[in-house]
Design a protein around this ligand. Structure first.
Ligand code: ADP
Ligand code: ZN
Ligand code: ZN
Length: 652
């Protein structure tokens, strides 16, 4: 008889004993099916023994229903990593393992195959002096953390690819992380062209069984270069030699559900265990990474020049006070100028929909979602008011629902409004919109990107999707339609996000010709994040932002752990948060600060009231240890759900 220790994808961090009375043994790292509290669940085998647990009568131990895998899907390293993650992220071993295996859970990523016929050059480039120096620096010592800090278009990808080749030549494997596969087709194609059958692409457009096939190719050592988004950091390569994190500053590297891990932190852990190298890269490093570079804990390698004939564009700030509509006359004339030069424009606005607020001018009523404390957005195309948090929809009102007045109006504009305005202003131009609404249909994202690359579209407008790593030779003009949309958010990263978005989207202009133009429209031209982004003063921005963070005791000078209590009952959520806060006060050391409980800035989402507690300290270890044992012993009331988020990226 064989005894198994199983874990399940449930928020309970415990191992459960089962027996295997099948003919064939189940190996460590295999999946099995087992009955658990009246449900049949997938269990992961994390322990094996010839004897059952002590003190538990044989008859009490349930048998598994069936074995799912003949061969293990998790290596010993994955199992140890899950153990570490469960603790670090207040999660469970089972949730961590489930999050590693592609298709283990439903992932929500952008639609689109990303398999675009991009022209890429399978041949390695001869490195520039700066690239050469960076690569030599990276390989001058075994292991270590490195950063390619290089302006957009400075050839970071080429250094990553050559670092990957050298690692393979050492007989070791490579994991190459990108923020979103669908928007990084160029990198994916370059990896496939260079490494052929040695490459595995973990991609959300693959079916679960295709994903498992890729996973198995990695496990058995056939694929030694793995490209993928966040969860590819778990790729079960043996002999890991290098992890690459492209666009390190991207928010998508942080998981939004349990385990709330950051791929950068998991990568550091795996690299330390395997004595592997870690190379991150971005034109706008996260403030945390910048501080680690200043402290010398990450080696900084600078790439300062564009390599394919481009130059950094000329940036101009246009104040929007007094401008009616979405586009200033400066932006309008630059769009015309780009078109007459036979070139293209990108317009960026971080807001979907048509307009943002519906309000009554008689009684000041504002239309908010029935289930959430956020305004409804008017989507003209669908003819609906839509909640971007819970999906609630309602017909657009024509009179004030509160006082019946007809004097009502909309304010604030989104991408649909810009589309309408540009179509009216430039009837001779071909315009396409790129956002999550316009790319719902399968294949639409690829079609738009490919048309734009081929010059069939004059103006591409959209949300963050147009700001990401896209490389379009024909783009002359980038217009940031409203730079300050995120600045008012009550979040200590608001300035950092605004800054990096402006610099990144500006970097789409002038990649191949030295005549790029960028227009930044804003109501707050004096805001430091907007001003320094426009001046290209990156060093100045990091210096000022770090000084602010130090003064306000925010990361990277402190570490935070956020506890969110949510419930259909406001009273229950508040009471649980208060109760937990007083226990936490008793459990932590003097130097740990407990902020709150307070209502979350978004106080209600999908009928759930939300209260948060932010716990802060200069040293993570003791704070984390105290809260982990408190959390393990804590019984959350049945009507309340508790979310724990170590090192949160958003406090909304
Ligand atoms: P980044 O990732 O830094 O934004 P890319 O990797 O997209 O920059 O590189 C920009 C362009 O420069 C690409 O078209 C690439 O093919 C080209 N390139 C990279 N390295 C070299 C080199 N050593 N010589 C010539 N062109 C290069
Ligand atoms: Zn009214
Ligand atoms: Zn809602």
């Amino acid at each position: 008889m064989e005894y198994l220790e199983l874990v399940f994808d449930i928020p309970l961090d415990r191992r459960f004993s089962y027996k295997n009375d099948m003919l064939k043994p189940a190996a460590l790292g295999c999946r099995v099916e087992a009955d658990f509290r009246n449900r049949r669940l997938v269990g992961y085998v994390v322990g094996l023994g010839a004897q059952g647990p002590e003190g538990l009568p044989e008859a009490k131990i349930k048998s598994i229903r069936r074995r799912i895998d003949a061969q293990p899907v998790f290596s010993q390293e994955s199992i140890s990593l899950a153990r570490w993650m469960a603790q670090t992220y207040f999660s469970s071993e089972g949730e961590c393992l489930a999050g590693m295996i592609p298709g283990g859970r439903r992932e929500t990523e952008l639609p689109g195959s990303g398999l675009d016929e991009v022209l890429i050059d399978p041949q390695a480039h001869i490195l520039s002096d700066e690239q050469e120096k960076a690569l030599e620096g990276i390989f001058s010592a075994p292991g270590g953390h490195h950063y390619l800090y290089g302006i957009t278009g400075s050839g970071k990808t080429e250094v990553f690819l050559q670092a990957a080749s050298r690692t393979l030549a050492e007989g070791r494997a490579v994991i190459y992380l990108v923020p979103e596969i669908a928007l990084t087709a160029q990198v994916v194609d370059a990896v496939k062209a260079r490494f052929g059958a040695q490459a595995a692409i973990i991609h959300s457009a693959l079916s679960p069984s295709q994903k498992l096939t890729e996973w198995n190719r990695i496990l058995c050592g056939e694929a030694t270069v793995v490209v993928g988004a966040r969860s590819a950091v778990f790729a079960p390569v043996a002999r890991l030699g290098l992890i690459i994190i492209d666009e390190e500053h991207e928010g998508s590297y942080k998981s939004g559900s349990s385990p709330r891990y950051h791929a950068r932190q998991v990568a550091m852990r795996r690299c330390a265990n395997s004595k592997a190298r870690l190379i991150m890269g971005s034109a706008t490093p996260s403030v945390e990474a910048w501080q680690l570079m200043d402290e010398g804990r990450i080696a900084r390698h600078v790439l300062s020049r564009r390599l394919s004939g481009g130059a950094l564009p000329e940036l101009r700030v246009v104040p929007m006070a007094g401008v009616s509509g979405c586009l200033s006359k400066e932006l309008i004339s630059e769009i015309r100028a780009a078109k007459s030069a036979g070139r293209q424009s990108i317009l960026f606005l971080n807001r979907r929909g048509f307009s943002y607020f519906f309000h009554c001018k008689s009684c000041a009523y504002e239309l908010v979602c029935k289930h959430c404390s956020v305004s409804l957005t008017y989507h003209k195309e669908r003819g609906r008011m839509v909640c971007h948090y819970c999906g609630f929809q309602a017909p657009p009102p024509t009179v004030c629902p509160s006082c019946g007045s007809l004097d009502v109006g909309y304010s604030g504009f989104g991408t649909e409004a810009i589309e309408e305005e540009t179509a009216r202003l430039f009837p001779d131009m071909k315009i396409s919109r790129l956002d999550t609404d316009s790319t719902q249909k399968k294949g639409e994202l690829d079609r738009i990107l490919s048309d734009f690359r081929q010059g069939k579209i004059d103006i591409l407008l959209g949300t963050q999707m147009v700001a990401k790593g896209l490389n379009f030779p024909g783009v002359r003009l980038v217009g940031v339609v409203m730079a300050d949309t995120a600045l008012h958010l009550p979040d200590f990263r608001a300035a950092e996000r605004t800054f990096s978005l402006i610099v990144q989207v500006a970097g789409r202009a002038g990649r191949h010709f030295p005549d790029g133009r960028v227009i930044i429209q804003t109501f707050r031209p004096e805001n430091p994040a907007v001003r320094m982004a426009a001046q290209g003063d990156l060093e100045g921005f990091y210096r000022a932002e770090l000084a602010q963070r130090r003064m306000a005791d925010f990361p990277p000078f402190t570490r935070l752990i956020r506890f969110v209590f949510r419930s259909r009952s406001l009273e229950d959520a508040r009471a649980a948060a208060r109760d937990f806060a007083s226990r936490a006060r008793a459990a932590v050391a003097q130097d740990v600060e407990i902020l709150g409980p307070a209502e979350c800035p978004i106080a209600k989402v999908a009928q759930n009231y939300r209260f948060q507690l932010i716990i802060r300290s200069q040293s993570f270890g003791p704070m984390h240890a105290a809260l982990l044992s408190l959390h393990a012993a804590y019984q959350c009331p049945g009507t309340v759900y508790l979310e724990v988020d170590p090192d949160p990226v958003s406090l909304l």
